[in-house]
Design a protein around this ligand. Sequence first.
Ligand SMILES: Cc1cc2nc3c(=O)[nH]c(=O)nc-3n(C[C@H](O)[C@H](O)[C@H](O)COP(=O)(O)OP(=O)(O)OC[C@H]3O[C@@H](n4cnc5c(N)ncnc54)[C@H](O)[C@@H]3O)c2cc1C
Length: 310
Amino acid sequence: MGIARNVLLWASRNRWIENQFRQRQFAKKAVARFIPGEDANSALAESKRLNDRGITTVLTYLGENVSSIDDARAARRQYEELLDKTHALQIDSHISVKLTQLGLDVDVGETARNLEALAEHAASIANVVWVDMEGSNCVDATIDTFRKVRAKHDNVGLCLQAYLHRTPDDLEQLLSTRSAIRLVKGAYQEPASIAITRKQDVDAAFLKLSTRLAEQPPKGPGIRHGIATHDMKIISELSRLGAERQWDRDAYEVLMLYGIRRLDQLRLVDAGVPMRVLVSYGEAWFAWYVRRLAERPANVGFVLRSIFMK
Ligand SMILES: Cc1cc2nc3c(=O)[nH]c(=O)nc-3n(C[C@H](O)[C@H](O)[C@H](O)COP(=O)(O)OP(=O)(O)OC[C@H]3O[C@@H](n4cnc5c(N)ncnc54)[C@H](O)[C@@H]3O)c2cc1C
C-alpha cells in the first residue's frame, strides 16, 4: 500500500511525534472530528444521541500496550464503570477492548482473567464485549485468549482483519464454534509475507469473508456478526447479495467509526440496515487518531506541516 500510509503508521508509534503533535493548538480540534471527548460522559452523550436516531453504538476507552498489571486492572475497572453507566442510562451500546490494554504484553493469564471478568459483568446486564484485533504479533495470543473466554461466555465477539493471509482459516475455526466476528480490512503496518498489500485484493478478500459471515449466524444473546467498513461499494454489494440469497435482515450489522460517513450512516439505518457506530474516548488518542489519518493518506501533508511548523 502507499508510502504515505506507511509513514503515518510509523508515526503512530513514535513518542516524539506524539509529544510534538499534542502541544499544537489545533490538535484537540482536529481530533474532535473522530472523538467526541476525552471523558466517558461525552462518549455516552453521543451514544444516546445516536441511539435516538436508531443507531446503536460500541464504546472504546482508548489505550493500548499497557506495561503493568495495575494499568491493565485500571482499564478493566474503567470498562466495568462504563458498562454500569450504559445500563443506568439505558444506552444501547456494547464495549470493545484491546487485549494489550488488558495486559497482553505483561501477563497473558491476567489478560484472560480481565476479559473474563468483563464478559461476566456484561452478561449480568445483558451486554456484549468485543475484542479488537491489533498488530500481527498479537494475533495468536488474542485468538487464544478469546477462545478460552468464549468457551464459557457467548456474549463476546472478536475482530478479524481481512488483510491477513491467515484470516480465512481463523474465520472458519471460529465459525465452527459459532463465535461472533467483526470483520475489518485491517489498520496496521504489515509485511507482504503476513498481509495482502494491494488495496483491491484486500477489498476482494473482505467481500468474500463478509459473504461467508452473512451465511452463518453466531450464537449468543444480542450478538450479530459485524461488517465494519465505510466502503459503500462493499456495503451495497452485500445488500444486493442479501436480497438475491434471501439472507435474514439480522444476518449482520454494519459498523462505522464515529465521525466518518455520517450521512451514509443515517441513510443505511433509514433503509432498515442494522447500524452500529464505534465511539471512542480517553486521553490516549494519538495512535488511534493517526491510524485514522492513515486510512486517508491525503492528510499526510497537513499532519507533517503541523508538526514541523509553528
Ligand atoms: C467499527 C470499526 C472497528 C474497527 N476495529 C478495528 C480493529 O479492531 N483492528 C483493526 O486493525 N482495524 C479496525 N478498524 C479499522 C479498519 O481496519 C480500517 O482501517 C478502516 O475501517 C478503514 O477501512 P474501510 O473498510 O473503511 O475501507 P477503505 O477502503 O479504507 O475506505 C472506504 C472509504 O471510507 C472513507 N474512509 C475510510 N476511512 C476513513 C477515515 N479514517 N477518514 C475519513 N474517511 C474514511 C473514505 O471515503 C474511503 O474511500 C475498525 C473499523 C471500524 C469501522
